[in-house]
Design a protein around this ligand. Sequence first.
Ligand code: SF4
Length: 303
Amino acid sequence: MQKAPVQKTPVQKATPPRKAVVAPEKATAAVRGTPPAKTVAPEPPGNESRTALVRRARRINRELAEVYPYAHPELDFENPFQLLVATVLSAQTTDLRVNQTTPALFARYPTPEDLAAADPEEVEEILRPTGFFRAKTKSVMGLSRMLVEEFGGEVPDRLEDLVRLPGVGRKTAFVVLGNAFGRPGITVDTHFQRLVRRWKWTEETDPDKIEAAVGALFPKSEWTMLSHRVIFHGRRICHARKPACGACPIAPLCPAYGEGETDPEKAKKLLKYEKGGFPGQRLKPPQSYLDAGGRPAPPLGAG
Ligand code: SF4
């Protein structure tokens, strides 16, 4: 992944000096000795000009690209059908739980034809660990049927087709378009919503409006990776209840710095997944993640 040069702006001068961060352990070490100052917000967010907002948002994206050069979708998949099904299953549960469940599902029903013709009770049994397994069985069997009947057994690559499938909304459709078909898309999940509000990128609360507002801050080509980076950051450092501000590499750019733990040592203990030295969510993560010191998640029942 290419790194864009950091622009020299007044905000840059206000930030603590810091080197590029690549490895997880380095991310923590980089901030350990330089706790961010309280005066991190460049100006009161309400007074921030549009130009300053765009500049700050893009700098956050560049910083996140350095912190998470291995950012990726955290659902295991080998083809568009698997990603579509896994994304539908990920509602109301963790990607980890989905990743621990789908190997058995795809081993038994590898194609839309197989899943469309399955015994619902058998599918329910397999999907039970993901919660809401009856509704999810209906969705994945229903979408498989529609794929077979209307799309020749293939996952369509157009938004308007994808959102017609049972259980598939815009969020799921964008995940599939962005990661299975390389079409730029912004994924507004719970982490994305929380973080963009903390960063004052938008005051919108409706996911579609957030998607439009944030999309306007970045070139389209950044949308998919931006989504992964923001979600990675939300899962690992900027948690809902206790953000680890004292271990956060983008604290100097964050108006919400101080909402969480600011003591560097205490904050470090809050880090999750590879940032905290723990396994990730994917049983089969990309090589770039493993190269950066990340570890695969354990299979179901093993941890
Ligand atoms: S962890 Fe704290 S400083 Fe970092 S982005 Fe979240 S709220 Fe801002």
